[in-house]
Design a protein around this ligand. Structure first.
Ligand SMILES: O=P(O)(O)O[C@@H]1[C@@H](OP(=O)(O)O)[C@H](OP(=O)(O)O)[C@H](O)[C@H](OP(=O)(O)O)[C@H]1OP(=O)(O)O
Ligand SMILES: Nc1ncnc2c1ncn2[C@@H]1O[C@H](COP(=O)(O)OP(=O)(O)OP(=O)(O)O)[C@@H](O)[C@H]1O
Length: 458
């Protein structure tokens, strides 16, 4: 593969590793994140497995199309205030190789099936820190909670299960040995609009984080699934002022919930695109619809756990939870119906069995040409919703200096027990489009989940 041609014509800027102080931040299934602490930026580098076969020109078109998708589709849907625009960088193959070698000792074993092969990536604001416009009013320590909330609203065709997809998938994760304990978290509670259930969901995430919660302190990972309860207590003691007999997990959950339900529209110059996210023809989020499926719900596999609660009420306007749930509801058909549609669609069927990055470019270009409009077809809507069902949010807090009158109108939350005020910021990340083949792979995953639920691991 030849990655030597500088892709400057697509707006990419040269990134020389040796010119920056850098650290490994973390990774998911698709990208490795390198943080640049002095600049408060991150470089996100796509990973490849040995079977990926993409040429230089296709790679650069794919990655620049991804950035356009974030800017033109996900940003209007979530709102300017929750999404920042990445730019493109290119690296030498020497630097990519150096990264592979240097990172080998810090990368988790379970992620090493893929490595860096492609000489480019996205440069983004590092959202584990507060933007400087806010941190100027704060004391020094910053904390960030990363959440991957997963799917919190389901199309009618997928509401017949007693337990939601996340809770059913726990059976598969147990069966495959990916986790040794089931998560206590249920996304339906987080998105329920009920203060008590949302709070319980956050406590559950803190106590069983799996790959759905991480905490960073001044840019360093201090709590995730590989840490213990006592690590969590230490982090929270560092974060919150001591108050005798108070429950730190409860206190942090309350702070987090204030941030997740806060109306950020209009804050930080975060102007809405015309009409906000709701574009003509998008199915409105309708909690009433689910009443129709009660009658069939009991017919499906019973897990050795209580049923999930599909009841929900409206979330506050302009808060991140509402934006997420509305973006997830852009698909109102569900995987099986969309999969059937795809099979019958001559135009798409060719892309279906391929996970090649170049294959996704065509459908993303179609979405880009339509924009957030009623012209989007159900398959395109599904692919947009799929991003919102798997993205992460970074919620960052920094303690406000005492008597800081200038910060009155800035977004803040309060720890009631200690009366401490924190400025906060929320960013959605991992908003790149999924390949068309994800419809096929999600069908297969759902079949495996059903099978795992038929022989539940206790
Ligand atoms: O479909 P799911 O729910 O299994 O989600 C996958 C995630 O699994 P999770 O359940 O969060 O552990 C999975 O996360 P992990 O690798 O398990 O941390 C990825 O996010 C995957 O996305 P992609 O295919 O890399 O773009 C996700 O796949 P898709 O969203 O592309 O289907
Ligand atoms: N803009 C950002 N600021 C700070 N940290 C970030 C940013 N973007 C990503 N990260 C960190 O990098 C990690 C990997 O990024 P990302 O979630 O985009 O990767 P992925 O491989 O696509 O994930 P997934 O497996 O969930 O699809 C995130 O979990 C987060 O900790």
């Amino acid at each position: 593969m030849d990655f030597s041609t500088p892709p400057e014509d697509l707006g990419a800027v040269k990134f020389v590793l040796a010119s920056h102080e850098w650290q490994y931040r973390g990774e998911g299934n698709a990208k490795i994140a390198i943080s640049l602490p002095a600049e408060k930026k991150v470089v996100l580098l796509p990973k490849s497995d040995k079977t990926d076969n993409i040429n230089n020109s296709d790679f650069w078109h794919w990655i620049s199309t991804n950035v356009k998708f974030i800017n033109c589709i996900m940003k209007p849907i979530f709102g300017d205030m929750f999404v920042s625009s990445p730019s493109l960088v290119y690296l030498s193959s020497y630097d990519i190789q150096l990264l592979n070698e240097t990172l080998a000792s810090v990368r988790p074993e379970k992620r090493k099936d893929k490595e860096l092969l492609l000489c480019g990536g996205e440069l983004c604001s590092d959202h584990v820190y507060l933007p400087s416009s806010l941190s100027a009013f704060c004391k020094s320590k910053s904390f960030c909670i990363e959440l991957k909330p997963k799917q919190g609203v389901f199309p009618l065709s997928e509401r017949q299960f007693r337990n939601c997809l996340f809770c059913r998938k726990q059976q598969l994760k147990m069966k495959e040995g990916l986790v040794c304990q089931k998560s206590l978290y249920c996304p339906l509670d987080l998105f329920s609009g009920s203060w008590e259930r949302m709070k319980n969901a956050l406590v559950s995430l803190l106590c069983s984080p799996q790959n759905n919660l991480r905490i960073f302190h001044d840019g360093c990972l201090v709590y995730d699934e590989d840490h213990s309860d006592s690590d969590l207590q230490k982090v929270l003691m560092e974060w919150l002022p001591s108050v005798p007999k108070s429950n730190l997990v409860e206190r942090i959950s309350s702070i987090l919930l204030q941030a997740l339900t806060k109306d950020f529209s209009g804050i930080e110059g975060g102007k809405e695109s015309p009409g906000g996210w709701v574009f003509e023809g998008a199915p409105p989020f309708d909690p009433e619809m689910e009443s129709h499926v009660y009658s069939t719900r009991d017919a499906l596999p019973h897990l050795p756990q209580p049923p999930c609660n599909y009841d929900s009420q409206e979330l506050p306007e302009g808060c991140i939870l509402r934006r997420l749930v509305e973006a997830q509801a852009v698909d109102n058909l569900g995987t099986a119906l969309v999969h059937d549609l795809l099979k019958s669609h001559q135009q798409y069927s060719i892309s279906m069995d391929y996970s090649l990055k170049s294959e996704s470019i065509n459908y993303v270009n179609n979405i880009l040409s339509k924009g957030c409009s009623s012209e989007l077809d159900p398959i395109e809507r599904y692919l947009i919703a799929a991003v919102a069902r798997d993205c992460s949010i970074l919620i960052t807090f920094q303690e406000l200096k005492e008597d800081c009158k200038e910060a009155q109108n800035l977004p803040q939350v309060v720890d009631e027990d200690s009366r401490t005020h924190f400025l906060c910021h929320i960013a959605a990340v991992d908003l790149e489009p999924k390949p068309m083949s994800c419809i096929n792979s999600q069908m297969k995953k759902k079949a495996s989940i059903l099978e795992a639920c038929q022989q539940p691991v206790l």
